[in-house]
Design a protein around this ligand. Structure first.
Ligand code: DQA
Length: 153
C-alpha cells in the first residue's frame, strides 16, 4: 500500500476510557468500537488506518514525528492536549502532512478553557460534536484531501 494511503489516527489522554467516561458527553461506544468502525471505513475507501491512543504527550509527539514521510495524513483527537500542547502543535507543523482535528463533543459549547485549540492553528479543518460518527466523517474528509491533492480549501 502506498505511503500516502496510510493515515495516522491519534487519540489523546483519557480516550481509552470511552464507554464509561461521561457517556452523556462522549457516548457509550468504547475506543475499540470506534477503532473497528474506522478500520472498516478506511478499508472501504482504500485507506489503511493506523489507529493509536496514548495518555502521554511525549508518545503522541513521537508518533506524529514518525508519520512524516511514512503516512499521507494525520487525524487527531488530542483530547485535553488540544487546549494546552504547543509541543503537539509544533510536531504537527514539522510533519508537513494534512491534519484534521477531531472531537467527539463540541468544545465550543463547553467550558471557556476548551474554546482555544493549539491544534486548530495548524489543522486543515475541524470535525466536532458528532460523537463517534465524527471519526468516519474525518476519514472521509482525509480521503478527499489525499485523492485531490492540491485542493487547498
Ligand atoms: C475531546 C474534547 C476535549 O476538550 C476533552 O479534553 C477531551 C475530549 C472530545 O473528543 O470531545 O478529552 O477532545
Amino acid at each position: 500500500m502506498a505511503a500516502s494511503s496510510k493515515i495516522m489516527l491519534l487519540n489523546g489522554p483519557n480516550l481509552n476510557m470511552l464507554g464509561v467516561r461521561e457517556p452523556a458527553l462522549y457516548g457509550t461506544d468504547t475506543l475499540d468500537d470506534i477503532r473497528a468502525n474506522c478500520l472498516a471505513k478506511g478499508a472501504a475507501l482504500g485507506l489503511q488506518i493506523d489507529f493509536r491512543q496514548s495518555n502521554s504527550e511525549g508518545e503522541l509527539v513521537g508518533w506524529i514525528q514518525s508519520a512524516r514521510g511514512d503516512h499521507g495524513g494525520i487525524i487527531i483527537n488530542p483530547a485535553a492536549y488540544t487546549h494546552t500542547s504547543i509541543a503537539i502543535m509544533d510536531a504537527l507543523i514539522a510533519a508537513e502532512l494534512p491534519v484534521i482535528e477531531l472531537h467527539l463533543s463540541n468544545p465550543l459549547r463547553r467550558e471557556a478553557f476548551r474554546r482555544h485549540s493549539y491544534v486548530s492553528e495548524v489543522a486543515r479543518g475541524v470535525i466536532c460534536g458528532f460523537g463517534g460518527h465524527g471519526y468516519e466523517l474525518a476519514i472521509d474528509a482525509m480521503a478527499r484531501i489525499i485523492n485531490d491533492a492540491g485542493d487547498g480549501a
